[in-house]
Design a protein around this ligand. Sequence first.
Ligand SMILES: *Cc1c(COP(=O)(O)O)cnc(C)c1O
Length: 403
Amino acid sequence: MDILDKKKLDELAIFSGIPSFEEKLHVGRPNVGDRKRFLQRVEDMFDRRWFTNNGPFVQEFEQKICDYLGVKHCIVVCNATIALEIAARALDLSGEVIVPSFTFVATAHALQWQKITPVFCDVNPQTHCLDIESVRRKITPRTTGIVGVHVWGQPCEIEALTNLVREQKLKLLFDAAHAMGSAHRGQMIGNFGDAEVFSFHATKFFNSFEGGAITTNNSELASKIRLMKNFGFSGLDKVVFPGTNGKMTEVSAAMGLTSLESIDSFIEINQRNFQFYNNELKNLNGIKVFQYEKNEKRNFQYIILEVDESQTGLTRDQLVQILHSENVLARKYFYPGVHEMEPYKTDFPQSGKELPETKSLCQRVMSLPNGSSVNIESIKHICEIIRIAVKHPVEIREKLASL
Ligand SMILES: *Cc1c(COP(=O)(O)O)cnc(C)c1O
């Protein structure tokens, strides 16, 4: 080992005790648009004393999302989990619904919470999205629908799923929580299936503090969803439906409108960071940076690495541990798979056996900080830590074992 190399290795926090970053770098640190513009909107809101119940900001936000996505209907809601529940009810989903296990737990919980059984399908190891043959194998007489997840903002197999649901007379809902600003064959995500659900949670690159939206080109479905998110009120004193309270507040809509004015610059920053990470890491054996489709609009919000232990000599977990000690809070994401969480783990103890690709991905995938809170210097340094670590797996493993 040359001297410079040895010095760099010794400087790692697991040896020196001194982390590279004084402040913690998080995955999913919120992007903030024009703060003044947001505060001005809050002033307007106080002047109006209209805080919620389909206020002017909510109406404007819905219209602007429709324009941005080129979709007929947008219903904004308090968060994407409630949005998934409302959409599932509005589509009359019941019995079993097929979902990937390689997703955030809310995709499955929203169904479970509506007494619908999520049935887990496997994923394609290349795209990280659901595998259509696995979906097909999971269809039973009790199946009423499929929830496709556009993992990392990459559309899942939209045509194949659309054909499958047509053939099998099923409903098709998309969890597009990651996919604001992404497109498929030139058309924005938000236009596909029976409906699509977005999340505007603070950890997503586009946020309204908490929030979400359901989009659809089906007018009848949109009306039903509007009633459902507002207790089923169709008039001042008239209730026609057992609805819930899924309303978005004005202050969230004000934040959402402000974020929407900056969405292009958020995406540009994400893309610039992605290209930087990619260039720094692309020649590192055993570290694969998840690639986005080049010829389609993408939001580039996630920097996803796949760690191949057989080449790096380090597991994903060991690499995450090293980064954490440097104050780089990389995440194992998604980990564990939803099928490993309760109640699914107890209800379907066999499901792990049927999801080999999901299990393997859950062991090797991690995500790194992105967005406007990380700069190029930090990215260079994060990549340097990774490079040093995978160059010296033996020393690192010994040290980690002794901690
Ligand atoms: C974030 C997320 C959700 C939940 O969104 P909330 O707005 O926090 O309820 C659902 N599905 C996926 C894939 C997500 O990443």
